[in-house]
Design a protein around this ligand. Structure first.
Ligand code: ATP
Ligand code: TZP
Ligand code: MG
Ligand code: MG
Length: 274
């Protein structure tokens, strides 16, 4: 077993002991899935987006996840306030730039968040992260576009990680994670994961959960993304005849049964040092 697999497996064990509180400012499409994913992996969710309470809530949390999926003028203000408070208190901040590239509000908000808050991890699809890298994207709303799939995920992850001094996780059929120096590729997952809305949001919520128990955000990001991939594989084994509704619920079941043994047996990571 290599050291990265070993460290990820340790985090998986530790999260159920520490049960960190994870503050989410997220969207109304997948909010319940994110709360259940966080609980299933052993952490504790709080969804709070009113400007009147976000600073207090983030102050008692171990990590903040900002997801712009259904952003509006009111929640953007909350995101900025919560993010600044988290920075002041050295609480890790994860950004899921849902639909970045799709509208002026999403684009300007993504830029505002990245310029006013120190983000520790950005997790998104290739279209969203390509937009952040400054490439022109042919966006298809919140889903990654076919045309952007030709982009070089490894180069983009590395350059965005360096630009914002953070960890970047680009998910898809193959996931690519970089901290600007290291690059890891993950081939866990199942294609049905792209047919259920919220699997990306849940992945970001899981990444946030692991960031709540370690300062090693690179390992936390790898752990969160691999765990979602394995949950997809295990859910498909149980629900293959049934369709995407049962597959969706099977993901939460698999997360709740996840342990270091499943992790070590199934993990498919390939790390390159540059
Ligand atoms: P998109 O909107 O493009 O679907 P997203 O934000 O929902 O993006 P995904 O890229 O779908 O995020 O990632 C969520 C999880 O699904 C990750 O664990 C990823 O590895 C997995 N996944 C997505 N597509 C596939 C695929 N074609 N094959 C295997 N796993 C996949
Ligand atoms: N519209 C706004 S947010 C959202 C949709 C469909 C959910 C996106 O979730 P994910 O995890 O990126 O599929
Ligand atoms: Mg998806
Ligand atoms: Mg997404």
């Amino acid at each position: 077993m290599n050291y990265l697999t070993n460290n990820c497996a340790d985090l998986l064990h530790e999260i159920r002991i520490k049960s960190p509180l994870i503050h989410n400012i997220t969207n109304y499409v997948t909010v319940n899935d994110c709360a259940n994913a966080i609980l299933a992996i052993g952490a504790s969710p709080i969804m709070a987006d009113d400007v009147g309470e976000v600073e207090e809530v983030v102050s008692i949390s171990s990590a903040l996840v900002i997801n712009i999926g259904t952003l509006n003028q009111r929640t953007v203000d909350s995101m900025i306030r919560a993010g600044k408070k988290a920075n002041k208190l050295h609480i890790p901040v994860v950004l899921d730039p849902v639909g970045a590239g799709a509208s002026t509000l999403r684009n300007e908000t993504t830029q505002k968040i990245l310029s006013e808050i120190k983000i520790d991890v950005i997790r998104g699809n290739l279209s969203e992260i390509s937009f952040i890298a400054g490439l022109s994207v042919s966006t298809k709303g919140v889903d990654t576009s076919k045309a952007d799939e030709k982009n070089d995920a490894e180069a983009i992850a590395k350059s965005v990680a360096n630009k914002y001094s953070c960890v970047v996780g680009i998910t898809g059929e193959v996931d690519v994670i970089s901290d600007g120096i290291r690059i890891v590729k993950i081939t866990n997952g199942h294609k049905l994961l792209s047919k259920v809305t919220g699997t990306g949001c849940m992945t970001s919520a899981l990444v946030g959960s692991f960031c709540g128990i370690t300062k090693d955000y690179y390992t936390a990001t790898v752990t969160g993304i691999v765990v979602m991939g394995i949950a997809g594989e295990l859910s498909f084994v149980k629900t293959r005849e049934m369709g995407t509704g049962s597959f969706h619920i099977g993901i939460i079941d698999a997360l709740s049964n996840m342990n270091s043994t499943y992790f070590v047996e199934r993990v498919k990571i390939d790390e390159t040092k540059y």
